[in-house]
Design a protein around this ligand. Structure first.
Ligand code: PBG
Length: 326
């Protein structure tokens, strides 16, 4: 039988047809906007490390969340930065007060995710307790994280989001939440979190660069695919409601594999476009090398196409406007 000549360009001929046949869309309902807010800050400041983001005061944070809502972004991921670093006896009064204020103001209109880690509390800048031998202790760190999770839940956080990468923290956090009557609180585990240089701008923002050593003894090595997969399987087994790949731009293969893994394919999967990935696009745009908005959307489409259900991006709040402007 004769074949018609192949014409794949038919489907690309104009915007309406391209739109009709598009199989990957960005839905603002599935985006999460991260925010940094600081104790004892009088006025909002620009975050020089991540262009267009801020060091928020409590007031400016509330205003920004409101703006986000106007732009269809209902989910926020919060990073509280306290003034004082300690080695132990951590207190979280500042975090809790702000969470309560946000919930008081917005109630169920927003889904409040809170990053759960110790790295912005510790003098060492590590995500857990460091013992006298310089080792990051697992179990004592997990205990403190679970305690902190309980306090966060009491203060109204909807989704506890542990980013520390200690072993078995999900189990400990889930049982602490249930013990405190918080069966309805969700856990989004940073389950497949790599040891990455793309966190550079964030560490400047959160003032959480390790004083000594690095995070390679707890975060996953970029060259260990098996470890990357089994960490997400473990966290799902231990009760995580949402899993995550972070960073994502250099790890799209991991995202796709997790999405297609028989043990994981029905689990909600988030992807975190981290500070360095976002700021990298800003820097290229500043140099006139590309259009920031177009590059951002292209990078987000790639993340969605690779299998992310949820996307955490510093561009979330501007997403709807950005899409309209393209
Ligand atoms: C804290 C934490 C980090 C990020 C989110 N939570 C930094 C790190 O692990 O060093 C990175 C986020 C970003 O780069 O945008 N543990």
């Amino acid at each position: 039988m004769d074949h018609f000549p192949q014409n794949f360009r038919r489907v690309r001929q104009n915007p309406a047809i391209r739109r009709l046949l598009s199989d990957t869309q960005l839905n603002p309902a599935q985006f999460i906007q991260p925010y940094f807010f600081y104790e004892k800050l009088k006025q909002r400041e620009d975050l020089s490390a991540i262009h267009g983001q801020y060091k928020h005061t409590t007031d400016s944070l509330l205003r920004e969340i409101e703006l986000g809502l106007e732009n269809q972004i209902n989910s926020v991921l919060l990073f509280p930065i306290q003034n004082e670093k300690r080695t132990d006896d951590f207190t979280y009064d500042f975090d809790l007060e702000v969470f309560r204020g946000i919930k008081h103001r917005f109630g169920q209109d927003i889904v409040l995710f809170a990053d759960l880690c110790l790295c912005s509390n510790t003098q060492s800048g590590h995500c857990g307790y460091v013992n006298n031998h310089g080792v990051i202790e697992n179990n004592s760190s997990v205990q403190e994280l679970a305690r902190k999770a309980g306090l966060y839940a009491d203060a109204g956080v909807d989704v506890i989001s542990p980013s520390d990468m200690m072993d078995d923290r999900i189990l400990a956090i889930r049982s602490e939440l249930n013990r405190g009557g918080h069966e309805q609180k969700l856990i989004m585990s940073y389950s497949t979190k790599f040891s990455s240089c793309f966190y550079g701008p964030f560490r400047e923002a959160a003032d959480s660069t390790p004083q000594a050593g690095d995070r390679k003894s707890y975060q996953i090595s970029p060259d260990n695919l098996k470890d990357a997969i089994r960490c997400s399987i473990r966290d799902l087994d231990q009760g995580a409601d949402i899993l995550m790949v972070k960073p994502v731009g250099s790890y799209l293969d991991i995202l796709l594999r997790l999405k297609q893994h028989p043990a994981l394919e029905t689990a909600p999967l988030a992807a975190y476009q981290v500070s360095g990935e976002y700021q990298g696009l800003k820097v290229m745009a500043d140099q006139g090398l590309l259009n920031f908005e177009a590059a951002l959307v292209e990078s987000l489409i790639a993340i969605k196409r690779a299998g992310a259900d949820l996307i955490i991006s510093y561009g979330a709040n501007n997403l709807v406007k950005t899409l309209q402007g393209l």
